[in-house]
Design a protein around this ligand. Structure first.
Ligand code: ATP
Length: 290
């Protein structure tokens, strides 16, 4: 049996001043999976991320990375296996220029300069930021800073990427770009993605599995369709359905439109609605590439 890329087993964590932020949390992500932690503010997402990467030590339970207890993994090996992208890029970026910042990790590991430059080039290309290479960090926009901070992590070639609120503060185009980048890293390079978010609208498009957290506990985990069909649980967790699902749910419940299942994405909703429209009312238009 293949070990999970990351697992947290019965993890409890209490902050010094007494807040119990995690209560017997069981979490795992298999190699190559795209897993989301979905929760409202203060539910323990950031705390769980910090525990998964060893920045906080659990009071009980353990974290295992690729079959090895986290407490036994040397920091140097950990940084090359698990990359952490913080919510606020300012907390991550510290060099004067983009190139210096992205090069910092590989240089620190003692790679030859050719290899460092190769990694910087590849990491920046991965996040669609090659043209920013010689720019000053403090001149970058927030969205550019987010992508550059991700490049710094990718330059270490991690097999697991953990991101805290990667779409927070981005405009709609930036959100879509970020999620597409993560999807590409996951599908094309097989990088395991774990992210914390409140963004319910984008998750059904990308996440293989979702964990819903509330007050430090896992309420439920499973694929999007299993998560979002539990309306009461979603409400109890102070979350909501994706907007498109809310619309179709209302059309079904209040207007009796016979929509099959509960579409969670615009693509699914479009297909279900088209099934209900007679062919002679549809005038087919050529598809416009997105
Ligand atoms: N350094 C700290 N000291 C004390 N309590 C903390 C600390 N950091 C977080 N907490 C508390 O732990 C709980 C979980 O916080 P955490 O930041 O993990 O939640 P979150 O789901 O990431 O929230 P958000 O979506 O607002 O970022 C909250 O009640 C918070 O007040």
């Amino acid at each position: 049996m293949i070990s999970p890329a990351v697992s947290a087993q019965d993890v409890c964590f209490k902050y010094q001043e007494g807040t119990r932020a995690l209560d017997r949390v069981n979490f795992h992500a298999d190699p190559g999976e795209f897993v989301a932690m979905l929760a409202s503010n203060g539910s323990g997402k950031t705390t769980l991320i910090k525990v998964l990467i060893g920045l906080l030590k659990p009071e009980k339970g353990k974290v295992v990375i690729h079959g090895k207890d986290l407490s036994r993994i040397a920091k140097k090996d950990l940084f090359q296996t698990v990359g952490l992208v913080l919510q606020n890029p300012v907390d991550q970026l510290f060099a004067a220029t983009v190139e210096e910042d992205v090069a910092y990790g590989p240089r620190n590991l003692g790679f030859e300069e050719d290899e460092v430059q190769r990694r910087v080039g590849e990491a920046l290309a991965c996040v669609a930021a090659s043209e920013l290479r010689h720019r000053a960090i403090h001149h970058l926009s927030y969205g550019e800073q987010k992508r550059v901070s991700m490049a710094g992590v990718l330059a270490m070639n991690p097999s697991i990427l953990i991101l805290d609120e990667p779409t927070a503060g981005l405009d709609p185009a930036g959100e879509t770009l970020m999620m597409r980048l993560l999807n590409k890293l996951n599908r094309e390079q097989g990088i395991t993605i774990i992210l914390a978010t409140h963004n319910v609208d984008l998750l059904p498009l990308f996440a293989d599995r979702i964990y819903v957290l509330q007050r430090g506990r896992v309420l439920k985990q499973g694929p999007s369709d299993e998560i979002f069909c539990e309306h009461e649980m979603i409400r109890d967790a102070c979350l909501r359905l994706p907007y498109i699902a809310t619309l179709l749910h209302k059309l079904k419940q209040h207007d009796g439109v016979p929509i099959a299942g509960l579409p969670l994405t615009i693509g699914e909703a479009r297909s279900r609605l088209l099934e209900l429209i007679p062919d002679n009312l549809i005038v087919k238009q050529p598809e416009v590439p997105q």
